[in-house]
Ligand binder design. Structure first.
Ligand SMILES: Cc1cc2nc3c(=O)[nH]c(=O)nc-3n(C[C@H](O)[C@H](O)[C@H](O)COP(=O)(O)O)c2cc1C
Length: 367
C-alpha cells in the first residue's frame, strides 16, 4: 500500500497532505466541528473566518481546541493593502445610491421580482480596516498553528506570525500572484485553479499548478480547485503539488454549516451549473447558477467594484436567506460539485479521498 506522506506533512505536523480549504461563506464561516473532524482524520482543518467579527473568531478557535489537539488553521481574506478597505456598510450604501442609481434601482426591482421584503445586512463585518485588524490580532494572539490568507497580500502578517511560531499560507490564482506570495515570505502557497469554488481566477489547474510550483522554488504548493476525490489529489502530486486544499467536497459534510437545501443544490448540481459571476461580490465568484445571477447578466449592467457590489448583494442574500429562499441566494462551490453525489460525515469523505489517492498512485505504478 502506498504511503501518502509528503514533506508538507512534516512542516504542518499532519498525517496526510489534505487541507480543508478556508471557506468564510458570507457570514456563516466554518463550523468548528468540521475543522476538528478534518484535523482528527489526519489532515489540516481550516476555520474560514473571513466574515466573522473578532469575538466570534476567538470563540470558534476555542471550540476547535475543545474538539481536537491536532493542528488547524484560520483563514482570513486580506485586502491587497489595509488602506483598500473601506468604511461602514451604511456609507457604502449611500455611495451606491448617489453614484450608481441604476444598480440601486435594479436591486430594488430584484426584490420585487422575487417577492422578497428588503432586509439589509446589519453587521458591519469586514468592511472596515479596523475589523480586519481585529481579526488578524485575535488570530495571532490565539497562536493558531496556521494562518491562511485568501486574496490580498499576506506580507502584512508574515513577520508577526513568524514571531509567534505560526505558519503562513497564501492563496494565488496565477503565476504572477505566486511571485507575490514568494516575496511575502509565506511557508506554503495554495494554487487555486479556476475550477475552484468561491472567488476564483481564470487559469485552470493543468496550466496553473506546474507554473506556480516553478515560481515557488523551495516553498511547498497545495493544489486547489475542482479536486473532489483521490484522482484529483494524485494528479496534483504529479503536477508538482505536495497536497491538496479542498473546499466544495467538504461543504456537503454532515458537519458543514450550510443549510441542507444548499447542500442538496451542490449534490444535485452538474459541473455546468457551477458558473463564475462577477455579480455576487464584484469579483469573479464560482457558485450555483440561478435566476439572480442570470438576471444580473441579462441586465447589461457592469458589476460594481468591491465593496459596492458585495454590500449590495449581501443585503439581497440576507433577505433571501431570512425568507429561506435558497434557490435565489448565492451558493458558492467549485466545478467538482458535478462529481459529488452524497452528504456524508467529513471523516468518511476524508478517508475516501486518501483511499482513492492511494489506489490511483498504485495503479500508475503499472504503467
Ligand atoms: C463556499 C466557499 C467559500 C469560500 N470562502 C473563502 C474564504 O473565505 N477565503 C478563502 O481564502 N477562500 C475561500 N474559498 C475558496 C476555497 O478556499 C478554496 O480555494 C476552493 O474551495 C477550492 O476549490 P474547490 O471548492 O473546488 O475544492 C471559498 C470557497 C467556497 C466554495
Amino acid at each position: 500500500m502506498t504511503i501518502l506522506h509528503t514533506p508538507i506533512c512534516d512542516l504542518l505536523e499532519i498525517e496526510y497532505p489534505i487541507v480543508l480549504a478556508g471557506m468564510g461563506s458570507w457570514g456563516m464561516g466554518t463550523p468548528p466541528e468540521l475543522v476538528a473532524a478534518v484535523s482528527n482524520a489526519g489532515g489540516l482543518g481550516v476555520l474560514g473566518c473571513s466574515n466573522l467579527p473578532a469575538a466570534e473568531i476567538d470563540r470558534r478557535i476555542a471550540a476547535v481546541r475543545s474538539l481536537t489537539d491536532k493542528p488547524f488553521g484560520v483563514d482570513l481574506l486580506l485586502p491587497a493593502s489595509l488602506a483598500q478597505a473601506s468604511g461602514s456598510r451604511a456609507a457604502v450604501r449611500r455611495e451606491i445610491r448617489e453614484k450608481y442609481p441604476e444598480h440601486w434601482a435594479f436591486l430594488t426591482k430584484l426584490h420585487q421580482t422575487f417577492g422578497l421584503p428588503e432586509r439589509p445586512f446589519q453587521e458591519d463585518h469586514v468592511i472596515s480596516t479596523k475589523l480586519i485588524q481585529e481579526q488578524i490580532e485575535v488570530t495571532l494572539n490565539a497562536r493558531v498553528p496556521v494562518f491562511a490568507a485568501g486574496l490580498g497580500d499576506p506580507a502584512i502578517v508574515v513577520p508577526e506570525a513568524r514571531e509567534v511560531g505560526m505558519k503562513v499560507m497564501g492563496v494565488c490564482g496565477s503565476p504572477r500572484n505566486a511571485i507575490r506570495q514568494v516575496k511575502a515570505g509565506v511557508d506554503v502557497i495554495v494554487a487555486q485553479g479556476t475550477e475552484g469554488g468561491g472567488h476564483t481566477g481564470a487559469i485552470a489547474n493543468f496550466a496553473l499548478l506546474p507554473q506556480v510550483v516553478d515560481a515557488a522554488g523551495d516553498i511547498p504548493v497545495l493544489a486547489a480547485g475542482g479536486i473532489f476525490d483521490g484522482r484529483g489529489v494524485a494528479a496534483s502530486l504529479a503536477l508538482g503539488a505536495q497536497g491538496a486544499w479542498i473546499g466544495t467536497a467538504f461543504l456537503v459534510a454532515n458537519e458543514g454549516g450550510l443549510p441542507e437545501s444548499l447542500k442538496d443544490q451542490l449534490v444535485n448540481a452538474s459541473t455546468g451549473d457551477m458558473r463564475v459571476s462577477p455579480y455576487w461580490t464584484g469579483k469573479p465568484v464560482r457558485a450555483v447558477h440561478n435566476e439572480v445571477s442570470q438576471a444580473w447578466s441579462d441586465s447589461g449592467l457592469p458589476a460594481l467594484p468591491t465593496p459596492h457590489q458585495r454590500v449590495l448583494m449581501e443585503d439581497f442574500k440576507e433577505a433571501a436567506m431570512t425568507a429561506s429562499r435558497f434557490e435565489i441566494t448565492m451558493n458558492a462551490g467549485g466545478q467538482g460539485a458535478g462529481g459529488i453525489r452524497s452528504k456524508r460525515p467529513a471523516a468518511e469523505i476524508f478517508n475516501e479521498i486518501i483511499e482513492t489517492t492511494r489506489q490511483t498512485l498504485d495503479s500508475l505504478k503499472g504503467l
